[in-house]
Design a protein around this ligand. Structure first.
Ligand SMILES: [Mn+2]
Length: 404
């Protein structure tokens, strides 16, 4: 049995062309490979506030429908801040085969004939399902707080949620033992020990499962989403990663998996192949020339950065009065191997730095002197002497001294 596994599309209007290209690659490979099942492991959209007439929604409707023309498709909901409930609408999008949207833990069987899904029922009359699919969308704390017990601290609850998830997976494993077909676990959660991208932040997601807990499901293959760094966690857990470069820190490859579950062997064996999508390479470079930073030419000279074909964002911090002396021609020359350069020059007025210093000074004499420097003025010593008086004498003493 062949499964196409992708996740973390994070569809948003801003990157619609690139996302379209990457989804296009998935569709092309699906056409060539003719999988039996397409598993989308969460985070279809980048924002829960998605308009149904937006370019993002239209791209997803169009492309998921094309995928559903090739094979039955499971879409699980991802992080609530990304997918919200918008993704449920996908259930009404169909091709030749159905799309089943799963927003709650459940087990489904994939029918041998027709490619439809049915909820698993004990003692099901379906003689020989093609596969059993266990779906575990993002475990929301709200759900477990509601059903798992009240008055618990967040920390206890996180641990309890992980424990409840473990118990649920063990249950899934027990049911799977009754069926003689491949068992596919599709989930959107964090696994202990997985690599993160440099920039991915896991906000509000502290529920982490161990490989042992996942092992209790006794699945032939575990297709996960959520972590954007594509990786295999032995023996059979896979993150397909984000399909395009969502942020500058995602320097790893982007793509999706084709998994072959060989049913002829006991136990079943697995061959997985990663396919890359035509994602852009995004590289962010920074140098602070007001603080001894290297010139761009020097940064490029030592070969530390591989900018070949990349989209480079370069941030240069420079003194305002030295900005004109920057050799933009030479900088662009140094970056000529990049596909595109977004040059951002931050000009720092020296006054701003001096003004900050002004606030730190304690004595009035020093403040006046610093202010004069800033305005390029001379301060007569008599003024400074008067400032000293103001700080050191009582009011009537000052009156007397000045009035003399
Ligand atoms: Mn994601």
């Amino acid at each position: 049995m062949k499964i196409l596994h992708f996740s973390d599309v994070h569809c948003r209007d801003k990157d619609i062309d690139e996302i379209g290209d990457c989804l296009g690659e998935i569709i092309q490979v699906a056409k060539d490979e003719q999988p039996d099942l397409i598993a989308m492991a969460g985070d279809t959209f980048d924002s829960r506030m998605i308009r149904l007439d937006s370019p993002s929604a239209r791209l997803i409707f169009q492309d998921y429908s094309e995928l559903a023309d090739i094979a039955p498709m499971i879409v699980i909901t991802g992080t609530p801040s990304h997918d919200g409930l918008t993704v449920q609408v996908m259930e009404h999008v169909t091709g030749r085969f159905p799309i089943h949207v799963s927003d709650f833990p459940e087990q489904l069987i994939l029918l041998t004939a027709g490619g439809g899904f049915l909820p698993l029922k004990k003692g099901s009359t379906e003689p020989q399902p093609k596969a059993l699919i266990s779906c575990t969308p993002t475990p929301t704390k709200q759900y477990w707080e509601k059903y798992g017990g009240e008055g618990k601290s967040a920390k206890e609850t996180d641990a309890e949620v992980a424990q409840a998830m473990g118990a649920m997976l063990a249950n899934f494993g027990a049911t799977a033992a009754d069926l003689d077909c491949p068992h596919i676990l599709v989930g959107h959660f964090q696994v202990g020990g997985a690599f993160l991208s440099e920039t991915q932040q896991l906000i509000g997601q502290d529920i982490e499962l161990s490989r042992d807990q996942i092992g209790l499901a006794n699945a032939d293959i575990v297709c996960l989403g959520h972590i954007h760094y594509p990786q295999e966690l032995k023996p059979n857990i896979f993150y397909s990663g984000s399909i395009y470069t969502k942020d500058f820190g995602e320097l790893h490859p982007h793509g999706f998996y084709i998994h072959h579950v060989n049913e002829a062997t006991t136990p079943r064996t697995l061959i997985s192949q990663f396919h890359e999508t035509p994602a852009r390479k995004l590289i962010k470079l920074k140098t602070d020339l007001t603080n001894g930073g290297r010139s761009v030419e020097a940064m490029m000279a030592d070969g530390e950065y591989d900018i070949e074909g990349a989209f480079v964002r370069l941030e240069i911090k420079v003194w305002q009065d030295e900005a004109d002396a920057l050799d933009l021609q030479a900088i662009r020359e140094a970056l000529s191997r990049a596909a595109d350069v977004d040059l951002r020059i931050q000009r720092v007025p020296r006054e701003t730095v001096r003004a900050a210093k002004l606030l730190e000074l304690q004595r009035l004499r020093d403040k006046i002197r610093e202010m004069a420097l800033l305005r390029k003025e001379q301060v007569p010593e008599t003024i400074l002497a008067k400032a000293d008086m103001l700080e050191s004498m009582e009011a009537d003493e000052v009156y007397e001294a000045v009035g003399r």
